[in-house]
Design a binder for this molecule. Structure first.
Ligand code: NAD
Length: 499
């Protein structure tokens, strides 16, 4: 196992020469497992130069052959699934089965990208005017870059480079410095799959590398996923430097429980979605809104024994429901929010603070917490906690329940639990949130649809993957052609129209 991570530039692992490093932890053990080089702007520039040099030849490869590289890449990731999942789980802390889910959701985007010959087909109008035909084509942008968060170190990089390179771009990935092992392995596997040197590059780093990407004149588009303040900064800075930018941010997803819901199923779904991956998912369900006091009491009554059953363990424990959080600092932040909830007057039904796993006392573990009677004025409700903390709210009416997610600063996902089709349909239509689940707790759209939230959950106007992804990584060129048939030369000083 590497004890020092560098970068992957022009098809080669390079050690990094900035002299700056970050720590990569094994959160289950609470120990530093490796150092990661933090790139200088000169190193980012080297990656961009390598990407720019490789891009024209890659774009000239016909789309079917690019698709074959994607097919081969998918096969290699599958062949290395166990090793990748273990590495991911070791650095992130999510349990191995969940790490496989992270890889699999990324592979589903690669499968979508395998259809690139079809997806890049343009449009054609024959006879748009006398002897005039018009056609449009989608062409790659050049060099694109991706900046990704720690919580999905496989899926989110694949959301981005999977589509970008299939479209004929080259790519510079700046993954989270907290778990860089899997992104580096993915770049190696892409090379092994036949991806040319320089088409997929990885630079590790922090703000310095991000700023170098956002201001680099050689980069045409930047895709970002992370927390909202940084997303807004990336969007503002990248667009100010003339780049196309999509920047996905944080979330606070609500699960609305109507009185007619199948409560056993809803409780099971909410517990899985609130505490899975220690709550470190942008599509986690950290808020349950019970409609009607009777529903809330029944919900809490059933939640408590289910939450008590949760097993917190090291990430390689096959019986653990969730593992440690990513760093000690993140655990402290979650614990501060729990205290804040108490101070704000919410009822702490279960307190996960102070949890220690026997034999792993240094690990960054935190037990599950459950709050009841959380209200919209509380800071702990307004903010994203990003930990194993479920907040139950009580709404008197469906109207009030719809207002809560609709008026929240974040608008990533929302779910409703009900047996009433009409209520669900109305809810889906009216709620001011980008991704809606109806009796589906984590409504992450499949790869051929698109992923994206509203309000402070996303800046920019194209989503990740699906046809929106193809649009983001290409620009349209429209050609109007006329082939004369031996007539006298024509001249006009009037704007051409189709009269
Ligand atoms: P983060 O914002 O701390 O980091 C994301 C990326 O930004 C990393 O690559 C990091 O190196 C970089 N970065 C950090 N600070 C920076 C700064 N000051 N200037 C420039 N770049 C900086 O996010 P995280 O903690 O890695 O990930 C968790 C967050 O990501 C949560 O808010 C979660 O909701 C969000 N997220 C959103 C989605 C989505 O699709 N909406 C998906 C996954 C995660």
């Amino acid at each position: 196992m590497a004890d020092q991570y560098g970068h992957f530039i022009a098809g080669r692992a390079v050690p990094g020469d900035s002299g700056r490093f970050g720590d990569v932890f094994n959160p289950s053990l609470g120990e530093v497992k490796a150092r990661v080089a933090l790139a200088s702007s000169a190193e980012v520039d080297r990656a961009v130069q390598a990407a720019a040099a490789a891009q024209p030849d890659w774009a000239a490869v016909n789309p079917q052959r690019r698709a074959r590289v994607m097919f081969q890449f998918k096969a290699l990731v599958e062949a290395n699934m166990d090793e990748l999942a273990r590495l991911l789980s070791e650095e992130h802390g999510k349990v191995v089965a969940d790490a496989k889910g992270d890889l699999q959701r990324g592979l589903e985007v690669i499968e979508f990208a395998c259809g690139i010959p079809h997806l890049l087909k343009g449009e054609y109008t024959e006879g748009a005017g006398p002897r005039i035909d018009v056609y449009s084509m989608r062409q790659p942008l050049g060099v694109a870059a991706g900046i990704t968060p720690f919580n999905f170190p496989a899926m989110i990089p694949m959301w981005m480079f999977g589509i970008a390179v299939a479209c004929g771009n080259s790519f510079v990935l700046k993954p989270s410095e907290k778990d860089p092992g899997v992104p580096l392995r993915l770049a190696e596997l892409f090379l092994e799959a036949g991806g040319p040197e320089g088409v997929l590059n990885v630079v590790n780093g922090d703000k310095e590398a991000v700023d170098a990407i956002l201001t680099h004149p050689g980069i045409s588009a930047v895709s970002f996923v992370g927390s909202s303040d940084i997303a807004q900064y990336v969007y503002a800075t990248g667009t100010a430097h003339g780049k196309r930018v999509q920047a996905m941010g944080g979330a606070k997803n609500h699960g609305i429980v109507l009185p007619d819901a199948d409560l056993d199923q809803a409780v099971s779904d909410i517990v899985g979605a609130a505490y899975g991956s220690a709550g470190e998912r942008c599509m986690a369900l950290p808020v349950a809104v019970a409609v009607g006091d009777g529903t809330a009491d029944r919900l809490i009554e059933r939640l408590v024994p289910e939450v008590e059953k949760l097993k917190v363990g090291i990430s390689t424990d096959p019986d653990a429901h969730y593992g440690p959080v990513v760093t000690a600092a993140h655990r402290e932040r979650i614990e501060r929010y729990i205290q804040m909830g108490v101070d704000e007057g919410a009822e702490l039904v279960m307190d996960g603070r102070g949890f220690e796993l026997q034999g792993y006392e240094q690990g960054f573990f935190i037990g599950p917490s459950l709050f009841d009677r959380v209200t919209p004025d509380m800071e702990t409700y307004r903010d994203e906690i990003f930990g194993p903390v479920l907040q139950v709210m009580r709404a008197d009416t469906v109207e009030e329940a719809v207002r809560l997610p609709s008026q929240h600063q974040y608008g990533n996902g929302v779910a409703i639990f009900t047996r009433n089709g009409q209520a669900a349909r109305e809810f889906a239509k009216r709620v001011n949130v980008g991704m809606v689940g109806i009796n589906v707790p984590i409504p992450v759209p499949v790869a051929y649809h698109t992923f994206g939230g509203w309000k402070r959950s996303a800046f920019g106007d194209t989503n990740q993957h699906g046809t929106e992804g193809i649009r983001f990584y290409t620009h349209v060129k429209t050609v109007t052609q006329r082939w004369p048939e031996g007539q006298e030369p024509e001249q006009s000083f009037i704007i051409p129209t189709m009269q």
